[in-house]
Design a protein around this ligand. Structure first.
Ligand SMILES: *Cc1c(COP(=O)(O)O)cnc(C)c1O
Length: 447
């Protein structure tokens, strides 16, 4: 069953987020096509989480492939200080047409964590240029912003970051309302108002000291798949204006129609001061990220002294192949067919979510193309064993997903058909029926 490549891999490779001592060998993937990946022994797997949320238009999408090929004939990469190139300029122009309209500058990097580091550095240094000493960042509990030190600092102090807590800088953490908390006593707007009132006391307390507020708009993804009640995001923007601090929108996961709007900020027409994009940016082909800033922030760095510049960069900043891939991906997003496919996925997802019922399910929530099924918690969170059992069942039925402990979700490529989405939800429902039982009795008081 396991090919020799899996064994050679185990001998020399160290995989992310993997406990090699207990994890099964990694499956060699030899081919990708649309929403499917193929193992070396011929198993066809539906990529239910878009290869860590990066894939937009399907694997080996021919249009993107051709764009990269064309660029490959001209220029693969060049240092991005002193020089520029067409794919980088075209991509920046195209991005500025679709992002919130106050953003006017594009800073390139090559992964989401770096895009967040850059955002934090921009905000921090911006206040120095204003001759203000502001070192405090505000972030939400259950946030995830990446795995580098700054990004970890503003993320949830949870399983992912625990070994590093002593090295992380202090951040003010505030709570966010999740739609799963809506009940007969508390409507969505009650929750929004309650959490915004708490937030306001924090803004009052730290007025004049806050460098910025970082948020994953609408969906707090990797740390629990929590969806905001409506009005919370726009409420944050209002407070940032009222108490004069910068709003950093981390759209690394939510960008490019995951929530069925181009950006999650668009749900409430919120204008951020800084915005981070990565994951789907190149359609899933190559690593690339951007940190976008408002003109006001960009202008603050201009002076006659080089020391006032943003002295940050990466060797592969604005890689030409990656930029060409991203331009092609944006061209695909501009097509009516793509938007219709996304709408169809969002539609079937919300329909199917309404029908799903099981005593083992604590909450089902949907935002755009993403369905989130939260099982009753055994209080071990990300380390919960139920996820592995559901993973195994789905994999053996041709569906690849990666539960976050007891939280199961689908975030499919937009190449997926309505039928495929419905099938994937059926497989997950079967797995829950089988493995929910042994997991936890649903009525023993964990809410
Ligand atoms: C994945 C993610 C990141 C980190 O991006 P990488 O490319 O994995 O470094 C940052 N923020 C959010 C919201 C993410 O989902």
């Amino acid at each position: 069953m396991k090919s020799s490549l899996s064994i050679r891999d185990r001998a020399v490779v160290w995989h992310p987020y993997t406990q090699d001592k207990i994890a099964p060998l990694c499956l060699p993937i030899v081919r990708g096509d649309g929403s499917y990946i193929y193992t070396s022994d011929g198993q066809k797997l539906f990529d239910g989480i878009s290869s860590w949320w990066t894939n937009a238009h399907g694997h080996c999408n021919p249009y993107i492939k051709e764009a990269i090929n064309k660029q490959l004939d001209k220029l693969e990469h060049v240092i991005f200080a002193s020089f520029t190139h067409e794919p980088a300029v075209v991509l920046a122009e195209k991005l500025l047409e679709i992002v919130p309209k106050n953003l006017s500058r594009v800073f390139y990097s090559d992964n989401g964590s770096s895009a967040v580091e850059i955002a934090l550095k921009m905000a921090y240094q911006y206040w120095q240029h204003q001759k203000q000493d502001r070192s405090l960042f505000i972030a939400l509990e259950y946030g995830y912003h990446g795995d580098t030190f700054g990004a970890m600092s503003v993320s949830e102090r949870g399983t992912f970051t625990k070994p590093f807590w002593p090295l992380l800088f202090d951040v003010i953490k505030v709570k966010s309302p999740c739609v799963s908390e809506i009940n007969l006593q508390m409507t969505a707007s009650d929750l929004t108002n309650k959490y915004l009132a708490d937030l306001k006391t924090v803004f009052i307390k730290y007025e004049g000291k806050m460098a910025g507020f970082i948020v994953e708009p609408m969906l707090q993804a990797a740390s629990g798949m929590r969806i905001f009640t409506s009005g919370f995001l726009s409420g944050i923007r209002k407070l940032c204006d009222e108490y004069n601090t910068l709003l950093i929108a981390d759209e690394v996961a939510t960008g490019f129609y995951r929530t069925n709007k181009c950006f999650a900020l668009d749900h409430e027409n919120v204008l951020p001061d800084i915005m981070c994009l990565a994951k789907c940016l190149t359609g899933g082909f190559l690593p690339l990220a951007v940190t976008l800033a408002s003109e006001n922030i960009y202008q603050a760095f201009l002076s006659d002294s080089k020391a006032d510049a943003l002295l940050h960069g990466h060797s592969f900043t604005a890689n030409a192949l990656a930029c060409a891939s991203a331009v092609a991906s944006l061209e695909l997003f501009a097509l009516k067919e793509t938007r219709e496919a996304i709408n169809a996925i969002a539609h079937i997802t919300s329909l199917r979510a309404k029908e799903l019922a099981s005593p083992y399910i604590k909450n089902i929530r949907v935002i755009g193309t993403i369905i989130i099924i939260e099982l009753h918690d055994d209080h071990s969170g990300y380390l919960s064993s139920i996820g592995q059992k559901i993973y195994d069942y789905c994999l053996s039925h041709g569906l690849f997903i990666r539960p976050l402990g007891h939280i199961i979700y689908l975030m499919p490529p937009y190449s997926s058909s309505v039928k495929e989405i419905s099938w994937a939800i059926d497989i997950i429902a079967q797995a829950i029926d089988i493995y929910g039982i042994g997991h936890k009795a649903p009525c023993d008081g964990d809410g």
